[in-house]
Design a protein around this ligand. Structure first.
Ligand SMILES: Cc1cc2nc3c(=O)[nH]c(=O)nc-3n(C[C@H](O)[C@H](O)[C@H](O)COP(=O)(O)O)c2cc1C
Length: 242
């Protein structure tokens, strides 16, 4: 049996309307890994970041910083990262640990399902390390997106501020959907901070958290590939019977 169920959002029958427009935006965001070449204006990215900054943060400290890359600047960063990935991959390690060293259930099953669905959709056998590596390499070209964001956070802050950062990142991705764009959040960039830091003049106190590709999806209306566990798997309700 699948570890997760496909996402189903019920119509809001109580209000007699189909689906809240915010639900629509949330549910139609997905990780896009094939962008069309069509450009995205700087003004559009500015609007996205201006609205994303309304993310909440503890004590309103707003711990995010964004480096916005396009054109030659993006191409140069992509080339440097790809070169590092191809020539010295084991020399680049993230400054923070994104994944647990061991996954307990139900996360192990979900991660295995991710691998089956992801590589299956690309026609890549999971045993084919060279093909998997070629797919990983596409991260560094921001999957062909015209805009790449590098997101950093001040390393002197504590774990709570990473909650704030996640909310900001989600806002960026939702604001992109609201403008007909898609995105892909990418922790892969965090591993290459030693190259990103001098290239983007990232100050020593900032840690590279992730990148985000932003652009027009090559294929519009593509169905979601990754399912989600249903409500019963993650929510506990109490007191509603009272
Ligand atoms: C913080 C974060 C980092 C991620 N890093 C990568 C990455 O480096 N490369 C990639 O292709 N996808 C990456 N993903 C995308 C996940 O694989 C994706 O969100 C997940 O499979 C669910 O699919 P969906 O986003 O299409 O709903 C990342 C997602 C998050 C939230």
């Amino acid at each position: 049996m699948s570890a997760c169920e496909e996402v189903v959002i019920e119509p809001d029958t109580a209000r007699g309307v189909a689906r809240d427009p915010i639900d629509e935006v949330i549910a139609s965001r997905l990780s896009c890994r094939e962008f069309s070449g069509s450009p995205v204006a700087r003004a559009t990215i500015e609007q996205i970041l201006r609205v994303a900054r309304f993310a909440p943060s503890g004590a309103n400290i707003q711990p995010w910083h964004v480096y916005v890359l396009a054109g030659t600047a993006k191409a140069e960063v992509s080339a440097a990262l790809l070169h590092a990935f191809e020539t010295e991959p084991s020399e680049h390690v993230s400054e923070y640990q994104y994944y647990a060293s061991e996954f307990p259930e139900p996360y192990l099953g979900r991660r295995q399902e991710f691998g089956r669905l992801f590589y299956g959709s690309l026609g890549i056998a999971q045993s084919d390390a060279a093909a998997r590596s070629r797919q990983t390499a596409k991260n560094f070209g921001f999957f062909g997106a015209p805009v790449g964001l590098i997101i950093t956070i001040d390393r002197r802050l504590a774990m709570g501020s990473w909650l704030d950062l996640g909310m900001f990142i989600q806002n960026v991705m939702l604001a992109a959907v609201g403008r007909g764009l898609q995105s892909c959040p990418q922790e892969t960039f965090a591993k290459y901070h030693r190259i990103l830091r001098p290239a983007l003049s990232i100050p020593a106190e900032q840690m590279v958290a992730c990148g985000i590709s932003v652009g027009h999806p090559r294929e519009r209306g593509r169905a979601r590939l990754m399912p989600r566990a249903d409500l019963e798997a993650f929510a506990s309700f109490k007191g509603f019977e009272d």
